[in-house]
Design a binder for this molecule. Sequence first.
Ligand code: ASP
Ligand code: MG
Length: 452
Amino acid sequence: MVVQKFGGTSVADPDAVRRLIGIARAARARDGCGPVLVVSAMSQVTDALLTSAAEAGASRSESALAHVEPLRERHLAMARALVSDADLGALTSHIEQQFEQLAAIVKALAVLREVSFRTLDVVAAMGELLSSRIIAAALVHAGLPGEWVDARRAIVTNDDHTRACPLMRETTATLRASVLPVVEAGRVPVLGGFVGATVEGHTTTLGRGGSDYSAAIVGAGIDAAEIQIWTDVDGMLTADPRVIPQSRLVPRLSFAEAAELSYFGAKVLHPSTIHPAVERDIPVRILNSRKPDGEGTLITAEPAPGDDQLTAMAAKRDLTVIDITSSRMLMAYGFLRRVFEVFERFRTAVDVVTTSEVSVSVTVDDRRHLEAIVDALSEFAEVSVEPAMALLCAVGDRLRNEPAIAARVLRVLEEVPLRMISQAASRRNITVILRQADLPHAMHRLHEEFFA
Ligand code: ASP
Ligand code: MG
């Protein structure tokens, strides 16, 4: 049995939901049961809900309600387009009820002039709770036995509202009690992604983009054969297609490679997102809901078979390089500690670090505290700052054991001025820092050499 997750654009309108139904039907025909569906809110709905809450918190209740009203219309139109008259009444009155409740919350927030994270979660969760209800009813209308499962009763989280973490032991038990019986009864469970609840029953959300996370949690909890992430791209690509139009699909990659790629700017899946799947060794497949016959990208624990020397590349722009040099500190210990203590004090994450005996270079993408950081570092070192830098990272499991690949990467980039070069402990990636202006050229060179 597979878990199929559909993102916001894959449930954005009635046509998208009809495609979803076709995809679920095909999986059911193939597997003889399931699938288990996890769905996002319709695209842009979560943004609108959060904006509405923010407006309410700033006491602008009219503006807050103005953000909610089109959502009501959109959900009702979706229901009318997908569900037959016999079932429509119950569904539309549920939708109306939810929006009445939402309007009441928004008005209350405008009076209170404050929005707690707990309340924010109640508001944010509505997008997924509604889309999942509508889709469950749409399945039934299309002749598939859909059944809505309340994600608040299926996924148990801690109380870190707006970015809650699942309590896996409890969640496994609740998933087995709420989802498996539905499957065993021959039905198709439909859950809203992104949403859970604390042990006490307070609604939580898993952080923006959290529906992928939900899918991995559900897949792990019910021990699915595969988790499919249906989205609006063909899968993981060898490079950003906006820079490299010839980029091609990566058919297979390992969990470790996926983690490196997404950390370094590839957009598809965040590593923490698929962590529950990684732990249980459940394959994750990324697929395009507009091209259901595509192969997609399969992510597994095992490194991909095949002769590709590299798997893909990723890039990150708008980085700042900070060079920190201490003449007095030659051979001294404690220098690195002092340097990193400054970044810690200003809560600024460092991406790439290279060091020599007397100097350290780091990259940061958060410039908010840059001035203060430079001041603090200047108390014990010489500091220079270079903005408009970029990171280019080539990833492949084979880099670990085949030094010639890293050498080939650097040879290809030989006329590009590189500011930093790093190959860290995992040795699955080689990362270079270069001027942003040189990035497209460097990406083309690498792509031609390794992926053409
Ligand atoms: N609807 C949520 C968001 O927009 C979660 C998701 O779509 O994954 O962040
Ligand atoms: Mg998403």
